[in-house]
Design a binder for this molecule. Structure first.
Ligand code: SF4
Ligand code: SF4
Length: 566
């Protein structure tokens, strides 16, 4: 692994780091394995945040299993509405990170999406604000270096870099020039520009000796096929044979970059990403040509949300927002980053494609995207996903409310296989909306408002998952759980119930969110077969050589018995 100096922090960081935003979407064991594999391959910097679900806790947990010295770059923010007073919530987050990591001192700590905090008018720069707190911690020796993440405009980032406060910054860059979360320009907000980040901010960071960390190196999943969250599209022809490693190397070519931190959520991704920090940085001619071709294809087929066509539609469609919403649904790894209002059927409520019957095609894309065709194709994909329950439906097709006016929920989307292979474990997701008057308030225990999801297999509760953040009426929550079919079952009943503390978590009173018969494929006809025996008692998978030999012997014995019975 190559190690680079992170500007004036004097920290030596691995060229490849780990972004942890997606770890909340995978089982904890997978998350920890992913981190440990990264550390074993030389990664020594992890970026995390308290609003990435339990990612910071998982990082702290993983660190207990390794001797590697890892730099945890965590960050904080303040509560909305606290625009003048002391940034006490930010201070609490700093202390919580210290506690989690079991240290009184952090090497690197920062402010999350600082331009957004400024936009909200929060106390970033003022008296008792976030920056004053960080400088105080640094002066006391409780903090090594200060960084911030930002999706701000180049002008905004220039101001941050030259302020003298930040020892490092984390900004977005990739060779595509935009990412899944790039949004269309708004009248009152200057917009992020990845090309200008490279042209102007890279040399500026070098000049001011500010460490440069790169996020969104894979375009949020647009630039290559995610392994942890296979996308719901087939862009293979557009992407060509792009590999994450090549994309990462194309950024490491820039000597001003200290490290690149791709979101990583599987061991396979951890290995591919880390290895790109070992290989020679220069890309071979053929690889470079392939990448250039893939990027050109993407730019002419995948909307960048430049907003140039938004005022052109004769039917007043917000074209860039429709594309944006659709892209989120096609990339399930980004489901938690999607703003609720950028839901596909909130942008295009009709189930019929408006573009397909448009009487007056006035839209035009300077990047060359065929807007009518692309929107019609995306629409049929969205209708298909909606009918499968995988993405939120329009108001006209919303599901029924489970429970009552006080304590109830509605399913927003559900990703549970209708059939499962025997002895396989399946990751399932349930996105629900709190429709009751009662908030799900784990932070306010005096109201007895804790809420959990009970997973019942054939009537027996097998797992329980508590809601861990406040979910008020109208807000939503994601549950993530694994299901393994019962041994030798041909089918089984999967039932999901909402358990409330105010009902003493009574199963009898709990509203039923899901009750489904799941077909089990490949279940044994009766009793454990030789293959099942091998799997269960010898711990072999059937595909190993030893298992094959045992199975062959088993079937020879079985055939010989059958012959003798005849
Ligand atoms: S379709 Fe083209 S013009 Fe419209 S927002 Fe997307 S990239 Fe811009
Ligand atoms: S084809 Fe679609 S995007 Fe273009 S003008 Fe018609 S409705 Fe608007």
């Amino acid at each position: 692994m190559e190690y680079r100096r992170l500007g004036r922090t004097e920290l030596l960081v691995s060229a490849i780091g780990v972004g942890t935003c997606q770890l909340r979407l995978v089982p904890e064991k997978q998350a920890i394995d992913t981190l440990l594999r990264s550390f074993a391959l030389g990664v020594n910097i992890v970026h995390t945040a308290p609003d990435y679900g339990n990612a910071e806790e998982v990082v702290a947990h993983a660190l207990r299993y390794t001797d590697s010295k890892v730099i945890v770059a965590s960050q904080g923010y303040d509560l909305n509405g606290n625009n003048h007073g002391p940034a006490s919530y930010f201070e609490r987050l700093f202390e919580t990170t210290c506690e989690r990591l079991g240290s009184d001192r952090l090497e690197l700590y920062g402010i999350a999406c600082i331009e957004h905090m400024e936009y909200l008018g929060q106390n970033v720069w003022g008296r008792d604000g976030m920056i004053e707190f960080l400088l105080k911690m640094k002066a006391r020796g409780r903090l090594g270096s200060i960084f911030c993440t930002t999706h701000g405009s180049p002008e905004c980032i220039r101001r941050l870099v030259t302020s003298g406060v930040f020892d490092a910054v984390m900004i977005a860059y990739n060779i595509l020039g935009y990412h899944l979360n790039s949004y269309a320009p708004q009248p009152d907000r200057p917009v992020e520009s990845l090309p200008r980040n490279q042209q102007e901010i890279f040399p500026l960071c070098h000049e001011h000796d500010v460490g440069l960390m790169i996020m969104k190196p894979l375009g949020g999943g647009l630039l290559c096929t995610s392994k942890a969250f296979p996308p719901r599209h087939n862009w293979q022809s557009t992407l060509g044979a792009t590999a994450a490693g090549d994309m990462l190397r194309s950024i490491l070519i820039h000597p001003e970059v200290a490290c690149v931190l791709p979101g990583t959520a599987s061991v396979e991704e951890a290995e591919e990403n880390a290895l790109s920090g070992y290989a020679p940085v220069a890309l071979k001619g053929a690889t470079q040509r392939r990448i250039t071709e893939a990027v050109t294809n993407l730019r002419t087929t995948v909307c960048s949300r430049c907003g140039a066509c938004d005022a052109l539609c004769s039917q007043r469609l917000a074209v860039s927002s429709i594309f944006w919403a659709g892209l989120f649904h096609l990339h399930p790894g980004s489901v938690l980053e999607q703003p609720d209002n950028i839901e596909y059927f909130r942008q295009h409520a009709s189930l019929e494609s408006i573009c397909s019957t448009c009487p007056d095609v006035t839209c035009l894309c300077p990047a060359g995207i065929d807007i009518p065709r692309s929107l019609a194709t995306m629409h049929s994909q969205m209708v298909g996903l909606m009918r499968d329950g995988l993405i939120p439906a329009p108001d006209s097709h919303k599901g029924a409310i489970c429970g009552d006016d006080t304590f109830g929920a509605r399913i927003v989307s559900k990703d549970i296989p209708k059939a499962m292979e025997s002895r396989q474990t399946y990751l399932c997701r349930l996105h629900v909306e709190n429709t009751g008057e009662r908030g799900w308030l784990p932070q306010n225990r005096e109201h007895q408002a804790r809420v959990a999801l009970g997973i019942f297999v054939d009537g027996r509760r097998t797992q329980t998952f508590e809601v861990t953040q406040d979910v008020h009426c109208g807000s939503r929550w994601h549950f993530l759980f694994e299901v393994t079919p019962p041994d030798n079952a041909r089918r089984f009943c999967l039932c999901l119930r909402l358990l409330g503390e105010h009902q003493n978590f009574s199963e009898r009173l709990a509203p039923i969110l899901v009750s489904e018969e799941i077909v089990v494929e490949g279940a044994a006809e009766s009793g454990p077969a030789p293959r099942s025996f091998l799997r269960r008692y010898l711990g072999v998978g059937g595909e190993s050589r030893a298992a094959q030999v045992f199975m062959k012997i088993g079937s020879m014995v079985k055939r010989s018995r059958e012959r003798s019975q005849r």
